[in-house]
Design a protein around this ligand. Sequence first.
Ligand SMILES: [Zn+2]
Length: 120
Amino acid sequence: MNIQHYKQRLLDLEKTLSARIGREADQGRGEFIDSAHDVGDASVADEVASEVFTEAEHNADVLQQVRDALGRVADGTYGTCIVDGGPIEEPRLEALPWTRYCLKHAQRLEVAASSRTPTL
Ligand SMILES: [Zn+2]
């Protein structure tokens, strides 16, 4: 496995997500102030702002996982499943470079937590 390749992808993702989170937080605040002012109805503005913030929260969540993955690159455990310590499939790492689970365990977790966001 080419660790440097995944490390570079993780660093790129970290940069992209950080920039996106900053932009969305600004956008959320801006829309809140503008629409509250225009329509005089704070509940509409609340709704718009909370949609933007939910997206930002999702990005923040992925960003956290990306940073965790970079920590595993540093300590040499990157690319192994945290459940059984086995290797994570490379196509899976290509698709989700921050994942902590091999395909088998990710699927088990998805079944266990089907109401939540798909497990990475
Ligand atoms: Zn596993």
